[in-house]
Design a protein around this ligand. Structure first.
Ligand code: PLP
Length: 404
């Protein structure tokens, strides 16, 4: 902080702002593009509104940097990307509701099939839709996660069923790792072996599986053993780690920071309490500051009396309960923080105590939950070369300027 940046020059708006560095997103995509085996494509996973970063701008940056396709969890998420002009293949990773089929087909989303019973329903809907045919689908097989996917025994009949319908095109077969971030790689390897066995049975049955893919970020960070035709990169695309046990390589860096400004400064006396339930009581005369962020923004209440923010080189501890829209920090003696002073709530510096990882660790959770929980009420400011290039806020409800 200190030097003027895009944030200072930003248009008027709420003091509390997420800054997403699109250069970091692009650099992270390029890192994987360069690292993976020749012939392996990079898919950018932008579900959950781009892990809280804003899916549209992240998707645009990822595609510009060489991601060949996108993945989302729900049909709605895919439709929003299409509406904003993203025309690469978009895979819907999760199960969908029957009522969503027509909308999914019209948006030419690639659906994931894991159950034979769904196939004729989808083929029938594709036939009667105005969308372009054949509709691409991926078959998902379960190799040990026991979440979504066909059992190994049902995988071949499922693929057969898909290729039996001319309205459908089998363009991929995939599976998902359960613990690729674990230091013990044995289960990961066994999942890959099961996946290999399924793929070879698909091929022996005379069926082309299309692109085979297995790795998430953790699998891809392990090395090249699980590359197949494509890797699905989520958390590492944002420069964050799949788990505290995995240190990210230097080529990856966090894209998100979250800042605000102090909106009140005052002194409290010994014995005075702060915020609801009076869980913090001053032991000496102390200066405190008000920061306009709360748990409704995704700044979790578990950070009450636990979390820290940073300003002007000092750490500011949270005092008392985090409220819905505001919280209070202690201002260390000697740090000159007037009303309007910039506060770094979440730092993009991985070693800072208020990094995403630092916050996740003090809440006993993972980086994924912290960033995906940042609510839409916080405007997202996108920078490139430190210049502000786009804003996504509540007024635009996900809309961003088309000029970018
Ligand atoms: C979310 C998800 C990913 C991305 O996982 P990361 O750990 O964020 O890289 C990949 N594949 C599937 C099926 C997913 O649901």
């Amino acid at each position: 902080m200190g030097t003027p940046d895009a944030w200072d020059a930003a248009p008027p708006g709420r003091a509390t702002r997420i800054i997403v560095d699109l250069d970091a997103i692009e650099g992270n995509v390029r890192y994987f593009r360069d690292a993976v085996s020749p012939g392996t494509a990079v898919m950018a996973v932008v579900k959950a509104d781009g892990y809280g970063h804003g899916a549209v701008m992240v998707a645009r940056a990822a595609v510009a940097a060489g991601a060949r396709s996108l993945a989302v969890a729900t049909v709605d998420e895919g439709i929003v990307l299409r509406r904003f002009g993203l025309d690469v293949p978009i895979l819907v990773l999760g199960p969908i509701d029957l009522s969503e089929i027509t909308a999914a087909i019209d948006a030419t989303l690639t659906l994931t099939l894991a159950d034979e019973r769904f196939v004729p329903v989808l083929a029938h809907a594709a036939r009667s839709s105005s969308g372009s045919l054949p509709l691409p689908v991926h078959v998902k097989v379960d190799t040990g996660m026991n979440r979504f996917g066909a059992s190994p025994e049902r995988s071949i009949p499922l693929c057969r069923r898909v290729i039996g319908h001319p309205e459908l095109a089998l363009t991929g077969v995939y599976s998902h790792f359960a613990d690729a971030d674990d230091s013990d790689e044995r289960f990961t390897r066994s999942q890959a072996e099961r996946f290999d066995a399924i793929l070879s049975r698909v091929r022996s049955a005379g069926i082309s599986p299309g692109v085979a893919h297995l790795s998430n970020s953790a699998g891809a960070l392990r090395g090249r053993a699980y590359d197949y035709g494509m890797v699905r990169i989520g958390i590492a695309l944002y420069g964050l780690s799949p788990s505290p046990a995995m240190t990210l390589p230097n080529g990856l860096r966090p894209a998100l920071s979250l800042r605000s400004r102090i909106s009140r400064v005052h002194d409290i006396d010994v014995g005075e309490s702060v915020s609801y339930a009076r869980t913090y009581v001053a032991e000496r005369r102390e200066r405190i500051g008000l920061v306009p962020i709360g748990y409704a923004d995704g700044y979790r209440r578990g950070l009450s009396n636990q979390g820290v923010m940073a300003a002007n080189g000092s750490l500011l501890p949270i005092r008392g309960r985090v409220c819905m829209d505001q919280c209070v920090v202690g201002i260390p003696e000697g740090s000159d923080l007037p009303i309007g002073a910039k506060v770094e709530i979440v730092s993009a510096d991985v070693s800072a105590p208020n990094s995403v990882a630092g916050i996740a660790s003090s809440l006993g959770t993972i980086d994924y939950e912290i960033v995906s929980g940042l609510s839409r009420r916080i405007p997202r400011y996108y920078t490139k070369g430190r210049r502000l290039v786009a804003v996504q806020d509540l007024h635009t409800v996900g809309l961003v300027p088309e000029t970018l």
